[in-house]
Design a binder for this molecule. Structure first.
Ligand SMILES: NC(=O)c1ccc[n+]([C@@H]2O[C@H](COP(=O)([O-])OP(=O)(O)OC[C@H]3O[C@@H](n4cnc5c(N)ncnc54)[C@H](OP(=O)(O)O)[C@@H]3O)[C@@H](O)[C@H]2O)c1
Length: 236
């Protein structure tokens, strides 16, 4: 069963796998400020605990942030967010598979950047399954829903204090899991979340990140995206 997004957030912690990097710490900080219970995951428990302490201090009193080794973090939560480089994604998901409970949702922010194999960060790799998120979907246990989201948010901006100016396109084959991910995205100030349809559309959303990185290099900024022309109910 998909975790209830309206339930008490303390009863449904969010585990951020690879949460010690900028993408993971950024969403962790924003959700901790919004009252969510966060578990930072790392290959090293000590690194996770240190990172959790820093986020806790930044998020302020009352924030609920802890740190654990990745598989312990998976076992302690049924909302998982994957923020690791593409080169480590498949091996890590295979390793964590036994710790992921049926009924969990896994939100994948991985972008298959060519930088993973020594190429440019403004180019992407072809993924046999179609996208990094579809690769994850092949590797998770049965009855685990995979959602692709958060690819186009700047980690630099997430780790700051100002509201963002970006839409999050959420793709999943499970409408309930997509809805939950959109509700979490909308907790980040300045972010609107959009249902981007099936998981196969993650291929397109992942590619946009490479374009944004190229724009950032060229114009020295923190590019994001806004989708216009849709009725207000589309951003729910
Ligand atoms: N940075 C951004 O602005 C941004 C925005 C949107 C999406 N993304 C995507 O989100 C993902 C994470 O981005 P990031 O910039 O935070 O990446 P990162 O700093 O390179 O890595 C994040 C964490 O992943 C773990 N990790 C590194 N290599 C690993 C491996 N081979 N196997 C398992 N774990 C490994 C590390 O944690 P431990 O060493 O503690 O285990 C690291 O702190 C990437 O796929 C990226 O494309 C990034």
């Amino acid at each position: 069963m998909i975790p209830d997004s309206s339930a008490d957030s303390a009863a449904r912690p969010i585990a951020i796998i690879g949460g010690t990097g900028p993408a993971g710490t950024g969403v962790a900080l924003r959700w901790a400020r919004a009252g969510e219970t966060i578990i930072i995951g790392s290959r090293e428990a000590q690194r996770a605990e240190q990172t959790a302490k820093i986020i806790q201090q930044k998020a302020g009193p009352g924030a609920k942030v802890s740190g654990m080794e990745n598989s312990a973090a998976c076992a302690a939560a049924n909302i998982l967010v994957l923020t690791v480089p593409f080169e480590g994604q498949a091996a890590l998901v295979k390793q964590l598979k036994p710790a992921i409970a049926p009924g969990s949702i896994l939100i994948d922010a991985t972008v298959p950047l060519a930088a993973s194999v020594g190429g440019r960060a403004s180019r992407t790799l072809g993924v046999w399954q179609g996208s990094a998120a579809q690769q994850t979907a092949e590797l998770v246990p049965e009855k685990v829903s995979v959602v692709a989201a958060f690819h186009n948010l700047s980690a630099d901006l997430l780790n700051g204090d100002a509201p963002l100016d970006c839409d999050v396109i959420v793709c999943s084959d499970d409408p309930e899991a997509s809805r939950l991910a959109r509700q979490l995205a909308a907790k980040i100030p300045g972010v609107r979340a959009l249902d981007g349809g099936k998981l196969e559309n993650a291929r397109i959303v992942e590619q946009i990140t490479a374009l944004l990185i190229g724009l950032n290099i060229r114009h020295k900024g923190h590019a994001g995206i806004r989708i216009t022309g849709l009725p207000p109910q589309a951003y729910r």
